[in-house]
Ligand binder design. Structure first.
Ligand code: COA
Ligand code: AMP
Length: 631
């Protein structure tokens, strides 16, 4: 057995021993009573009874162990022409003072704090400050519209919001205050306090008693010490798209999360204390939580926070510049980012300009790595390119290749093998029976899940059970489909529900349909994801108008595009829609989204046996051609 096989076998056959020994890497105030508590299935609890503080493990402990002068965080922002470095000691100072002002403003253990911030150091500092005092943060991605922010405010009911005066998208300054004010007006549970990091790129004046200046508060604050927490106390909530318009609040705990992330850095990414690690994502997504903020700091590595894009800020060489300048060992990004670079610089001329001698591995996730992107990156970068599969719910990788265990030959299109701890199975979607190698089905994970995954949905235990644990009893239903081949390689082929991945961002077509359906002229609509060369998938809309509508189709389409931008956000990239006479449906009235998608992607499709009227498919073929699809 190789190293991976040994680790995998032990993790499945004796998970308590495996994770109990991984937990030795973390500092505990008190060790757990039980490594795994399984008495309340499907609510498994890791390290029950253990006492811990995540911020202590991510910052203070490294200062105490002699890493105080090492860089903890490098903020690299080509859009503001800034590079700023924070040692572990400096970060400790900033985080404990931020935690201090949160306390003074009335934030206590167990309270929630919404963080609506761009990619600036204060986002990470705010998250760590919450962790320090046991407050539960919920970061909301800056590209979401006010309504999405309001939905999250109402679900999390925060004591306070941390925000900034603006974000910067390429050359555009995105003002946060108008968005936030709009969200606070829509929300029923708007908090009474907002702390604003005022950036020089956009000055704001503070209004009323509600708004506070971050810098002033931090200057005056008494530093706060780490609070002892239960291993299963919540660390954060992160909302992610479900199949309906209402996002799901994934809850992560402290103990299992710290153990799993620390283990993953060494064994998946091959990162040791002192190494430089860069996840080019955004703190608003799970990749940002786990691999910009928590995992690198829990490891005593240096993390990079990059405020820019892979291309256009200002050029397609920025990834390679950052790698050279900060001696990055591992870069983790989404395939769409590599496709964006490849499109501008197909021959990799920028790559030649930089010294990538410290660079050892490129990790990709967020969507399947298509073979073209894989070969391009591998040929030009000359380092292993590793696709790995995971989800907001899981918090870290389910399937990967391993820089710190056994590194297997890559089969392009596969994310390689199940990570230790993850008992991945392919099930027949109808019967739930396990399928044999090569057979396609839904991907499920036999319970218990390893530490570090979601322990429930925020204030919604029923939803946790119903959405993930009920359809295939004894298994976590991932929502993805795929197969495992004879060699144990896992191929993740895409979602089996109405979630789409646009430029590595997970979005619900349901929430876009909700926005479109509000248009007074729209009787019915379908929004679905179609293949896109750059973003992987983009949404397109099909609109059926109410009878007697006389406005021009172009006007209505432009309205609904604006409505999705306003209600869901620009990140949805909803740019195309078409008016049709009717939508293909089953006899029971269900819209045949899968068939429309196949038609739009120009794929061969089977005539669904339950279709109400087959002729409508011919109409759809013509419709998609009009907006440039179906070929
Ligand atoms: N705040 C406000 N607006 C934002 C935003 C933010 N944080 N992030 C994106 N947007 C806006 C963009 O400005 C754009 O607006 P526009 O329609 O006015 O142009 C829109 O949302 C779509 O953004 P994006 O998907 O980023 O498209 P893009 O064309 O600007 O860039 C890529 C394309 C591929 C370069 C970019 O999507 C990318 O870098 N993707 C990597 C994704 C990633 O890291 N995913 C995390 C998983 S690992
Ligand atoms: P998110 O919760 O935003 O991380 O999105 C998770 C979803 O993205 C998964 O359910 C998959 O559909 C998709 N995904 C992420 N990484 C991969 C990958 N490496 N291969 C295939 N799909 C992926």
């Amino acid at each position: 057995m190789d190293e991976y096989e040994k680790a995998f076998k032990e993790s499945i056959e004796n998970p308590e021993k495996f994770w109990g020994s991984a937990a030795e890497q973390i500092e505990w105030y008190d060790k757990w009573d039980k490594v795994l508590e399984s008495s309340d299935k499907p609510f498994y609890r890791w390290f029950k009874g253990g006492r811990i503080n995540t911020c202590y493990n991510a910052i203070d402990r490294h200062v105490e162990e002699g890493r105080g002068d090492q860089n903890a965080l490098i903020y690299d922002s080509p859009v503001t022409d800034t590079i700023e470095k924070f040692t572990y000691s400096e970060l400790k100072e900033r985080v404990s003072k931020t935690a201090g002002f949160l306390r003074q403003l009335g934030v206590n253990k167990g309270d929630t704090v919404i963080i609506y911030m761009p990619m600036i150091p204060e986002a990470l500092i705010g998250m760590m400050a919450c962790a320090r005092i046991g407050a539960v943060h919920s970061v909301v991605f800056g590209g979401f519209a006010a309504k999405e922010l309001a939905i999250r405010i109402d679900d999390a009911k925060p004591e306070l919001i941390l925000t900034a005066s603006c974000g910067i998208e390429r050359t555009k300054v995105i003002e946060y205050k108008p968005l936030l004010n709009k969200a606070m007006n829509i929300a029923e549970h708007a908090p009474k306090k907002v702390v604003i990091k005022r950036r020089p790129e956009h000055e704001v004046t503070l209004e009323g008693e509600r708004e506070f200046d971050w810098e002033e508060l931090e200057k005056e604050a008494e530093p706060a010490e780490c609070v002892e927490l239960d291993a299963n106390d919540p660390l954060y909530i992160l909302y992610t798209s479900g199949t309906t318009g209402k996002p799901k609040g994934v809850v992560r705990d402290n103990g299992g999360h710290a153990v799993a992330l620390r283990w993953s850095m060494e064994h998946i990414y091959g990162i040791d204390p002192g190494d430089v690690y860069w996840a080019a994502s955004d703190v608003g997504w799970v990749v940002g939580h786990s691999y910009i903020v928590y995992a690198p700091l829990l490891t005593g590595a240096t993390t990079i926070m990059y405020e820019g894009k892979p291309v256009g800020t200002p050029d397609a060489g920025q990834f390679w510049r950052v790698i050279e300048e900060h001696k990055v060992k591992v870069l983790f990004t989404a395939p769409t980012a590599i496709r964006a670079v490849k499109r501008v610089d197909p021959e990799g001329k920028f790559i030649q300009k930089y010294d990538l001698s410290h660079f050892e591995t490129l990790f990709l996730a967020g969507e399947r790595t298509d073979p073209d992107t894989y070969y391009w990156a591998e040929d030009l970068l000359k380092v292993p390119v590793i696709d790995h599969w995971w989800q907001t719910e899981t918090g870290w990788a389910i399937v990967s290749n391993f820089r710190g265990l056994t590194q297997y030959p890559v089969k392009p299109g596969s994310a390689t093998k199940a990570v230790p701890g993850w008992d991945v199975r392919i099930l027949d979607p109808i019967t739930g029976e396990e399928l044999t190698p090569g057979e396609h089905g839904v991907i499920a994970v036999k319970l218990p899940l390893p530490p570090g995954t979601f322990i429930t949905l925020w204030k919604n235990e029923e939803g946790f059970k119903e959405e993930y644990m009920t359809e295939y009893p004894g298994y976590y239903f991932t929502g993805d489909g795929g197969y495992i081949d004879e060699d144990g390689y896992i191929f993740v082929m895409g979602r089996v529900d109405d979630i789409i991945n646009v430029a590595g961002h997970r979005l619900s077509t349901g929430s876009m349909e909700e926005a479109v359906a509000k248009h007074p002229d729209v009787a019915e609509c379908a929004v679905l994801g179609v293949e896109d060369q750059l973003k992987g998938e983009v949404p397109i809309g099909f609109l059926v108008l109410k009878s007697g509508v006389e406005r021009s189709h172009d006007e209505i389409i432009s309205d609904v595009i604006g409505m999705v931008r306003n209600e869901v956000g620009p990140i949805a990239s909803f740019k195309k829609a078409i008016v049709v006479d009717r939508l293909p449906k089953t006899r029971s009235g269900k819209i045949l989204r899968g068939t429309i998608r196949d038609i739009a992607d120009g794929k061969e499709y089977k005539m669904p046996s339950t279709i109400e009227d087959p002729e409508v498919l011919g109409e759809m073929e013509e419709a998609v051609k009009k907006i440039g699809y179906g070929e």
